[in-house]
Design a protein around this ligand. Structure first.
Ligand code: GLU
Length: 271
């Protein structure tokens, strides 16, 4: 019996210390090591994708973490993640922060902490032109999306009769659409618009005006990592105030008034 109690106490001790080590103080750690390790997307323009000339990952998400790193006086190391891998990568300590088209919601906020909203969009579909006019047209159809995304959950809820095919990331789902293996790809409109803009045969596709959810993006940090969360939030607020956030928006979205209006209204409401 005494042995069992000792074992249990040891297990508890290990569990507590692992928990503490993981929550830790990323702000202090990052300053000490001189580098902020960021989990980002590498195939989703304009959020995170490989620039053809520089061969570096660039984008809206990247510019936000660059600004945070600059304020900390450290460099940035970018590690590509998928929708499914980003939370485990953070929890296991392989990355310090997630900047990867990630929606903040209550379910995820049980596991990780989120920054203030830094982008706002909503879930739509990309389809062959003229094939889908309303959600009903997607009843019983095959729809592509990404594993581990809110898109996957939302579409199953919105169209229960559909067959959802989940890929590692959205460009693979779009390839399936081009090959006729699915009739639609669904995720955040801003991602779909980025995919469509780069598609060689874009005239064949469209994004019908059917929205099934709101998707506010937040930067993801380890649960209970309070100093770091506060620092990131403070930096985002400063960026909003100084106009730096708006400048980053214009760099990647230009005069896209729709996303601009959503950004201005919804992000202000978030604070
Ligand atoms: N924003 C949604 C999400 O966080 C879809 C985009 C993505 O998979 O990154 O799941």
């Amino acid at each position: 019996m005494r042995k069992l109690v000792t074992l249990l106490m040891m297990a508890l001790l290990v569990a507590t210390s692992v928990g503490t080590a993981l929550a830790g103080d990323t702000l202090a750690d990052v300053k000490k090591k001189g580098v902020l390790v960021v989990g980002c997307k590498d195939s989703l323009p304009p959020f995170g994708y490989i620039d053809e000339n520089s061969r570096r990952i660039v984008g809206y998400d990247i510019d936000f973490v660059n600004a945070i790193a600059k304020k900390l006086g450290v460099t940035v190391e970018l590690k590509p993640v998928t929708s499914a891998s980003r939370m485990p990568q953070l929890q296991e300590g392989h990355i310090d922060i997630i900047a990867a088209t990630m929606t903040k919601n209550a379910e995820r906020a049980k596991v990780i902490d989120f920054s203030h909203t830094y982008f706002f969009t909503g879930q739509k579909f990309i389809t062959k032109k003229g094939s889908v006019k309303s959600l009903k047209d997607l009843d019983g159809k095959r729809i592509g999306t990404a594993k581990g995304s809110t898109s996957e959950q939302n579409v199953k809820r919105a169209i229960p009769t559909s067959t959802v095919l989940s890929f590692d990331d959205y460009p693979q789902a779009f390839l399936a659409l081009q090959q006729g293996k699915v009739v639609a790809v669904t995720t955040d409109e801003a991602i779909l618009a980025g995919i469509l803009a780069k598609a060689p045969n874009k005239a064949q596709f469209e994004i019908p005006a059917i929205q099934i959810s709101d998707e506010p993006y937040g930067l993801g940090m380890r649960k209970g990592d309070t100093n770091f969360v506060n620092f990131v939030n403070k930096t985002i607020l400063e960026m909003e105030k100084s106009g730096e956030a708006a400048k980053i928006f214009e760099k990647w979205f230009g005069s896209n008034t729709q996303f601009h209006l959503e950004r201005t209204f919804k992000i202000t409401a978030d604070k």
